[in-house]
Write a protein that binds this ligand. Structure first.
Ligand SMILES: [Zn+2]
Length: 168
């Protein structure tokens, strides 16, 4: 069965045919969030978080006399983690999801005003960040640490964003 532990756990079996119900569970809106990771988390970190969460929330690990709501919540969480891992645990589906999310970000954040390379931004020694003036007078700012990962930077004043291009 899809969930080998489900068949042996009567408290869960009572909730209905689990494999049917759970297979239809929608993917979590934010699989990174489900794993407690940031959107720039790498494969190793995601795997580490997934393993820890699965250990915590696996229904087999819950005590037999736990209240029904606690079990329900734990199962919900476990499914969410599992769904998140189905997406983020494989390079191909992760890439696909990241692309979709990027497109979503673009739509949600607002118009992309420009595409820039890091070299075109000014370096600020005082707070170790790169910045670029927005035409509204505000600033696009990205820290040195974030610059490697970040692709979209929003203006600190208006809704415009720039896309940071990375030389491969
Ligand atoms: Zn602006």
């Amino acid at each position: 069965p899809l969930w080998p532990w489900a068949a042996t756990d009567s408290s869960l079996a009572d909730a209905g045919p689990p494999s049917l119900r759970w297979r239809r569970a929608p993917p979590p809106p934010d699989p990174y969030g489900a794993l407690g990771a940031g959107p720039s988390a790498g494969a190793a970190e995601l795997r580490r978080r997934y393993r820890r969460l699965v250990r915590t929330y696996h229904p087999d690990r819950q005590s037999a006399d736990a209240p029904a709501e606690a079990v329900e919540e734990c199962v919900r969480k476990f499914i969410e983690i599992d769904q998140a891992w189905k997406i983020l645990g494989h390079e191909e589906t992760k890439k696909e999801y990241d692309l979709l999310r990027l497109e979503d970000d673009l739509r949600n954040l607002g118009p992309v005003d420009a595409q820039v390379y890091l070299e075109e931004m000014s370096w600020n020694e005082d707070d170790h960040s790169f910045s670029l003036s927005c035409r509204c007078g505000g600033k696009y700012r990205v820290s040195k640490d974030e610059a490697e990962e970040v692709t979209l930077i929003s203006c600190d004043t208006c809704s415009l964003i720039v896309e940071l291009l990375h030389r491969s």
